[in-house]
Ligand binder design. Structure first.
Ligand code: ADP
Length: 523
């Protein structure tokens, strides 16, 4: 698993890196007991130190602030992303009671698609980061779609032509000033997703690279060929000179500048957050699926070495690359999941905290015929209806807030069934069980409902910090901290299994009612 694949950088540079890595390796053998995972997310930068058994030894966290300069546009300050990452890393090491010498390697995971451009000479960002949530490039995407480019984009990248991804964000920044575009063409600027920018800062500008999972979210990466694609670069008007080198997710990326932690620490794993969580959940075999229940839901299925063309608008993406071997995945996003519970609390005021949704919903034996379709921002896969809006159906005089809470929780598991069923149809793979993580998995009723509506067991692990854990695994495998994937198997501990308890008839009629409610909600 030790990936030292030669980089296209000058040979002497690669050798220098190799030499540094060997030094770091020697130090590890002298007794480094930990892996440091850095998880740079949309709302916070977190760092977790894991020990050899995959247990959490220490953690640090710093909030980050989004900026909303105009409707639909979201930015962040790249310097803040960096400084909070550094501060959370130092906190986590301190909380562990360890010294940096005891860190064998660093793994990095990040909010995906968020786009940063910086000066290659000084490392100074030339503009704020354009965050994945920003819809600022919607007109540009609409224009490209109207010109008929979507099938080509879909075929090459596995993605859809949407402002979510990086390509149109890069062009949008360059279009702010003609001078910027000229500088980009002359090779004076670097583009990176957040991982790439942090790697650059951690190595004090010595490494401009990313991993294949992050590259596969840009709309510029040819998923089939595993290369940056000239046709896409020209379609999106992105100069090639901006691009980072793309490396396997598990392998040596670089070594931190001694000034950050007092030691040179090797960075040996990088993956985007959802892919890292899939790795942290040990979904190593085709057909294994994880679902993360946060504000939205992100379901990811391992599809092995095949890139599956989705008939239902799921995304094809790289799950990770280890050595020369790329594993692919299908991904389905549900925009509103835990957010529907926030709406019960903040919008309707019928609960005072998220966990109360479980207490109230447990007081009724079923939904009483009430269905809530939380299409607050349209519907994602498999419907892709941006103009749909939320609705509540089946209200009678007997409907109570208990029924409403139940319908809200059910909307999360029913949307998940929509996506999981699409994954199964697209891939032709049977799904043995669903592995879950994220804040809303604390809700036992939600988990039971999920097992019931899917008709398969739901597995909730003890460690729910699967994103950071996945980054740690990728780094620890490359640095020899863990010998191989098989050695991780005994680290994944179940907290609880939720077995389906509903009859097939009951399940099918429940799901059929949901489909009717969704159909009525379509724009
Ligand atoms: P994110 O990473 O997207 O911020 P988290 O993983 O922290 O999300 O989960 C928070 C979300 O989970 C919120 O939307 C919240 O409403 C929901 N949530 C938290 N606890 C519960 C619960 N006990 N029951 C249902 N939903 C919950």
């Amino acid at each position: 698993m030790n990936d030292d694949s030669p980089s296209p950088a000058p040979r002497s540079f690669a050798e220098a890196l190799q030499g540094q890595f060997q030094q770091a390796e020697r130090r590890r053998r002298e007794g480094a007991d930990f892996i440091l995972a850095l998880d740079q997310g949309t709302t916070s930068s977190r760092a977790i130190v894991f020990d050899r058994a995959g247990r959490i030894a220490g953690r640090g966290q710093e909030e980050v602030t989004p900026l909303f300069p105009s409707p639909g546009h979201v930015e962040q300050d790249p310097n803040q992303l960096w400084l909070t990452t550094l501060a959370s890393a130092r906190k986590a090491i301190d909380a562990t009671g360890a010294s940096a010498r005891e860190i064998a390697a660093i793994g990095l995971t990040n909010q995906r698609e968020t786009t940063i451009l910086w000066d290659r000479a000084t490392g100074v960002p030339v503009a704020p980061a354009v965050v994945w949530q920003s819809r600022i490039t919607a007109p540009e995407c609409a224009r490209l779609k109207a010109e008929g480019h979507e099938p080509l984009v879909r075929e090459k990248t596995g993605l859809v032509l949407d402002p979510y991804f990086s390509a149109t964000k890069i062009s949008w920044i360059l279009d702010q000033s003609p001078a910027l575009r000229q500088r980009a063409e002359r090779g004076e600027l670097c583009f990176g997703t957040v991982d790439s920018f942090l790697l650059w800062r951690l190595t004090s500008g010595r490494v401009h690279a990313t991993d294949v999972t992050n590259a596969s979210r840009t709309l510029l990466w040819n998923l089939r060929e595993g290369t940056w694609d000239d046709e896409l670069l020209s379609l999106f008007r992105v100069p090639r000179a901006l691009l980072p080198e793309v490396k396997p997710s598990s392998g040596l990326f670089g070594v931190t500048d001694r000034k950050w932690f007092g030691e040179e620490l090797p960075i040996t794993g990088i993956a985007g957050d959802q892919q890292a969580a899939t790795f942290g959940q040990q979904c190593f075999a085709p057909g294994l699926v994880k679902n993360t229940y946060g504000t939205g839901c992100f379901a990811v299925m391992n599809t092995g070495d095949s890139i599956v063309d989705s008939k239902f608008g799921l995304l094809g993406t790289a799950a990770w690359r280890i050595g020369d071997e790329t594993t692919f995945a299908l991904e389905g996003a549900i925009f509103v999941a835990g957010a529907v519970i926030q709406w019960l609390r903040d919008g309707l005021g019928i609960i005072s905290q998220a966990s109360e949704s479980e207490t109230l919903a447990s007081r009724v034996k079923d939904n009483g015929g009430v269905y809530l379709v939380p299409a607050f921002v349209g519907l994602g896969a498999p419907y892709w209806d941006p103009d749909a809006r939320g609705a509540i159906y089946g209200l009678t005089r007997g409907a109570t807030r208990e029924h409403l809470c139940r319908a809200a929780l059910e909307s999360i598991v029913l949307q998940t069934r929509d996506v999981v069923e699409a994954m199964s149809c697209d891939s032709g793979l049977a799904i043995p069980a669903l592995r879950v993580d994220g804040g809303a998995t604390a809700n036992d009723l939600l988990m039971q409902l999920q097992a019931d509506v899917l008709g398969i067991p739901v597995h909730r692990p003890q460690i729910l910090e699967t994103t950071a854990l996945g980054a740690a695994y990728l780094a620890g495998l490359a640095s020899g901290f863990w010998p191989d994937v098989a050695s991780l198997a005994n680290q994944w501990h179940l907290d609880r299994v939720f077995e389906p308890r509903m009859s097939v008839d009951q399940r099918d009629s429940w799901y059929a009612e949901w489909k009717k409610a969704v159909a009525r909600t379509r724009s």
